[in-house]
Design a binder for this molecule. Structure first.
Ligand code: FAD
Length: 468
């Protein structure tokens, strides 16, 4: 007998509950991936390239037995199940709006065929929809969610199954990478994810709570692309984090026994709370599928916005004249990744300096991010826009100059991404228009007057509130 394990956002063999369930069926296991055009459509070349690289690594680990098929999963998955006469198709539950519809359609056809769709686990430590407030409603506020999430806890990671007989069936093959131009991506796949996790836990984790907002240094885990594609399960990350932070655990990692466990415990707690934001946003999206496209709350329903125009285009390509904003967008174009602080600065600039609705900025991010994730991205944007969960008070408008001075005081970050600023003195590097001769050649003057746009944003906000 053959069981099918249909992988989607869980491209790994270790700590993979659905794969373990397929192995427990006792026969051969066919590992299937379906290249689905619906998922590829909103993305530029970066995510497909990273995905194909992850698939190649997985295929290698399976001895060339990964079965890749192209087409609509609602048709392809039942056809594969028929082809190998599998009684069951195993998968991890998907709680996103599209994923749920897709899986229900597959379930329906399989059932009509006398087969079964078995959902085991999810890409989260606690599955979206599992936690509820005391009143029985889904969470809308992060802090109580975090408390409930911590109290709920999660299982220990599962070992990679051994001695499995992997089935081999014809595969459409993994496409060649799309043209990436000069974009540099991190190494793909499960081994790279685990290596990066180890490097982070024994390196930048120490100091993470204080330094995670400094974009000029390597201060965060950069695990987001791996979590996006499930090259590592968050449960594995949480278990390894607990081991690295507990000096009594016998963990042999460097620095762990150096007597600073208090500080390290604070860093570990902060890191855990960031992982919980990912879980929170997935939970919010599962409870409010429409929030992927529209405001989660109607608090700003009557707000007036500008259509994206020339200034928005200059933002997209890192040509606004505000160094921290432009450095961020150039990093996004070059690496498909941005630190969280800079993502917030970008979102504030679009929503409050350009008065453009968050959906436009969110779409551009999803086009370019290697970790682009509907839940984290669109709710991250909504948080800044003031339309989402725990919304930052609308009147909190990020000033790009003071953000630059606070988080990139020496200008290390902006100089890295904007060559024209390399020689600008520290005091002026975040406002090069104040140089005696204006901004250096090849770098534009500011596209807006921040002080004026801040006033404009607040006026629009007051007007929207008074119309409610
Ligand atoms: P670390 O600081 O090392 O954090 C570890 C992990 O925790 C991250 O990999 C991520 O999975 C999770 N995490 C951390 N911060 C957040 C957060 N604020 N919200 C949700 N999860 C978080 N994250 C994405 O994975 N995909 C996105 O498309 C995305 N878009 C964003 C858009 C905006 C406007 C904002 C403000 C944030 C967005 N984030 C997104 C969240 C966050 O910026 C990234 O997860 C983080 O910068 C990734 O870098 P890291 O792995 O080094 O993070």
């Amino acid at each position: 007998t053959v069981s099918v394990c249909w992988l989607r956002r869980d491209l790994r063999l270790g700590d993979n509950p659905a794969l373990c369930a397929a192995v427990r069926d006792g026969g051969e296991v066919l590992v299937l991936f379906v290249l689905d055009d619906t998922l590829r459509r909103p993305a530029g070349p970066v995510r497909p390239a990273f995905l194909y690289r992850c698939l190649r690594e997985l295929d290698e680990r399976l001895g060339g037995r990964l079965c890749v098929r192209t087409g609509d999963p609602a048709r392809v998955v039942p056809a594969v199940a028929r082809e190998v006469d599998a009684h069951r198709v195993h998968l991890a539950a998907d709680h996103g709006p599209y994923g749920r519809r897709r899986d229900d359609a597959v379930d329906h056809t399989l059932r009509a065929d006398g087969r079964e769709l078995a959902r085991t686990g999810s890409p989260y430590a606690v599955a979206p929809g599992r936690l509820r407030t005391a009143g029985g409603t889904p969470f809308r506020v992060y802090t109580p969610f975090y408390r409930a999430w911590t109290a709920h806890g999660w299982r220990a990671p599962m070992a990679e199954p051994t001695g499995v007989r992997w089935a081999r069936r014809p595969s459409d093959g993994i496409p060649d990478d799309p043209d990436l131009g000069d974009v540099r991506l991190p190494p793909a796949g499960e081994a790279a994810a685990l290596e990066r996790l180890g490097e982070f836990l024994h390196g930048p984790l120490r100091g993470y709570a204080k330094r995670r907002d400094i974009p000029g240094e390597d201060t965060t885990s950069r695990l987001s692309p791996y979590l996006k594609y499930g090259c590592v399960h968050p449960r594995t990350v949480l278990a390894e984090l607990a081991r690295a932070a507990d000096p009594d655990s016998g963990h042999s990692g460097r620095g762990v026994h150096s007597g600073h466990s208090g500080g390290l415990a604070v860093d570990a707690e902060k890191f855990r709370s960031e992982l919980a934001w990912r879980e929170f946003y997935a939970d919010v999206l599962a409870a409010n599928p429409a929030s992927a496209r529209e405001d989660l709350t109607d608090s700003l329903a009557t707000m007036s916005y500008e259509a994206p125009g020339d200034a928005f285009d200059r933002w997209r390509w890192g040509e606004t004249g505000f160094p921290i904003v432009d450095a961020g967008m150039r990093q996004l174009l070059a690496e498909g990744w941005l630190p969280n602080r800079v993502r917030m600065i970008e979102a504030s600039f679009v929503c409050k300096d350009l008065h453009v609705h968050w959906t436009h900025g969110a779409r551009w991010f999803l086009d370019r991010l290697v970790d682009g994730d509907l839940a984290s991205n669109n709710h991250g944007w909504q948080w800044t826009a003031g339309t989402g969960t725990d919304a930052a008070p609308y009147f909190r408008v990020f000033n790009p100059v003071s953000q630059g001075r606070s988080y990139d005081p020496d200008g290390t970050y902006v100089r890295r991404w904007i060559p024209q600023l390399r020689e600008v003195p520290r005091a002026m590097v975040h406002e090069p228009w104040t140089l005696p001769d204006g901004p250096p050649d090849g770098y534009p003057p500011p596209v807006v007057d921040h002080a004026a746009e801040r006033r404009e944003a607040l006026a629009r906000y007051e007007a929207a509130r008074s119309r409610r």
